[in-house]
Design a binder for this molecule. Sequence first.
Ligand code: GEM
Ligand code: ZN
Length: 375
Amino acid sequence: MQITSNFDSGNIHVIDSSNVSDIQVEIKKDNQSDFYQWFHFKIHNNDHVEHVINIVNAGNAAYIEGWENYQAVASYDREQWFRVPTEYDGKQLTIKFTPEFDSVYFAYFAPYSYERHQDLIHSAQLHIDCQLQVLGQTLDGRDISLLKVGEEGEGKKTIWLTARQHPGETMAEWFMEGFIDRLLDEDDGVARSLLNKAVFYMVPNMNPDGSVRGHLRTNALGANLNREWQTPSMDRSPEVYLVREKMLSTGVDLFLDIHGDEALPYNFVAGCEGIPSYDERHQALEEKFKRILIAITPEFQDEKGYEKDEPGQANLTVGASWVGEQFKCLSYTIEMPFKDNDLLPDYSVGWSDERSSLLGRDVLTAVYHVVDQLR
Ligand code: GEM
Ligand code: ZN
């Protein structure tokens, strides 16, 4: 039996694989960081017996409440990912699985590869309404790629989306794939009408280095990009620095920052109630956006989520908070679950790449219904 992870977004350290009934592995920390939780590895074994995989350091992962009622995902072809029997005893996470084929991949959530990212942005640029821009390079030398869709114009709004500041939250880029695919659909009335009303700036992967490195939460230097928005630097967080500079040149009328949440089995948003400039106009816009999204899809809800920030107490190093305050605009962190949407559970796949993509398509409709009220 061989256990490997030396591939795009791979992350595991093998402690002992001599006993198929007690395979001992551990998740590696993000580089120069204490965060870890993302895992992605392959087991090759021609002997199709039950494998018992013990992730022995799960109990000290970043968000251990994320292991409660969590089921790992597996795949034979790296396309179709399904949930596998997983238990957490407070110390280690145990996956029990009898493979049907010789090689099987395991991951924390359906991976979104760097190659797929390249396919996403380069197929998008073929559309007449889409321009691929490179804002600069990351610390490992990868492009920080932005898609501009549509054109600025008198009375048109400027809408920004960023995703995967936290690289292990791969559902964020699956969401972007759905959002972008629909926005570029020339037969889609919502998309066509939106492009008459707004120009879109989108960064489908804010953290390509952390993605390829198999990180949960940080970039190549261990920086949590979603705590860098107040004072980013080219030395530590060029991803945020360059996107923020671009935002300051274009302005922002609506911002959505796409994430995943380890613990809460729901889709939800985190808003700007704690920023200094929060007012009735801003609150009314937030309420309208949520009301519309609830009407559009049962996959979204507004009962469960993060604790609300007290007035004036928002952490302005967080992207959505800094943008909301800087541009006095509707600005949301959108969260999807690593587990499932417990309001509409799917016991074979849980929350998935496909459901993330479909939510992205639905959020486009919500944007359509608020675009005229953004200012
Ligand atoms: C969260 S967003 C920060 C919390 N925001 C509010 N308004 N409470 C983060 O960066 O910790 C997003 C995430 O990690 O998914
Ligand atoms: Zn996140």
